[in-house]
Design a protein around this ligand. Structure first.
Ligand code: GLP
Length: 236
């Protein structure tokens, strides 16, 4: 594992964008695993800037997102589909039909989960998975549990996650209580993993996740067993 500490959100974002750009240049038809949250917004902006300068072509790539809230339509401003459109997809030439986000409104969510895993498998797996980390150590929406869940699944969000994500909604009551998340299986099978985090509040959980015990109580700790993980942390 490479653990890189930088001193600004901007540097973290630029470094992350460079690694994603390198993946695209190395293998234009790659599968990018993408994440939401405030951590990747700067990296996405840097990718958009590079694309606008004519340095980056997404036309052959495919993306699979980590997660989506149950019950939110893709058009809902707080859905992760909408987040991805606004923060990346609407501004680069990644064909929309090859951008996959779980459908949180699927009538049969179990089936949606199975099909999401089948889709990732049919794409040949993920080349580079971008991750953030929740304050409780969740990645995607894999919440602390007594076991690591491999497949894509429906998860009940923990109170601390609902509280943390309430800032994006008008009130805490509006935060969906459930989500569909890619499981630890597809994440761990990604060929490369890039986790970004910023702010003093994330320091303790990063310490636990990357230098503590590997335990499903800290889902991100499983990444210690992955052969190609880069963590970029900005303390501010
Ligand atoms: C949400 C997302 C995660 C993300 C986490 C941290 O819970 N499901 O994928 O990593 O938030 O978000 P932030 O980057 O805003 O701290």
């Amino acid at each position: 594992m490479k653990f890189i500490t930088v001193d600004s959100y901007e540097k973290m974002s630029r470094m992350a964008a460079n690694l994603i750009a390198a993946q695209l240049l190395l293998k234009p038809a790659c599968v990018l695993g993408l994440a939401t949250g405030s951590s990747p917004v700067g990296a996405y902006q840097a990718l958009i800037d590079a694309h606008r300068r004519g340095e980056l072509d997404f036309s052959e790539a495919t993306s699979v997102n980590l997660d989506e809230y149950v019950g939110l339509d893709g058009a809902h401003p707080q859905s992760y589909r909408s987040f991805m459109n606004t923060n990346l997809f609407d501004h680069v030439n990644l064909p929309k039909e090859r951008t996959f986000v779980p459908d949180g409104r699927a009538a049969d969510l179990e089936r949606e989960c199975r099909e999401y895993d089948a889709r990732i498998a049919s794409l040949g797996g993920i080349d580079l998975q971008l991750l953030g980390i929740g304050l409780d150590g969740h990645i995607g929406f894999n919440e602390p549990d007594d076991r690591f869940l491999k497949p894509t699944h429906v998860v009940r969000l923990h109170e601390s996650t609902i509280r943390a994500n309430a800032r994006f909604f008008d009130s805490e009551d509006e935060v969906p209580r459930q989500a569909v998340t890619m499981g630890m299986g597809a994440i761990m099978q990604a060929r490369k993993i890039l986790l970004i985090a910023n702010g003093a509040a994330k320091k303790d959980i990063l310490q636990k996740a990357f230098f503590g015990d590997v335990t499903p109580q800290v889902p991100a700790s499983l990444l210690q067993l992955h052969p190609d993980v880069t963590v970029i942390y900005s303390e501010v």
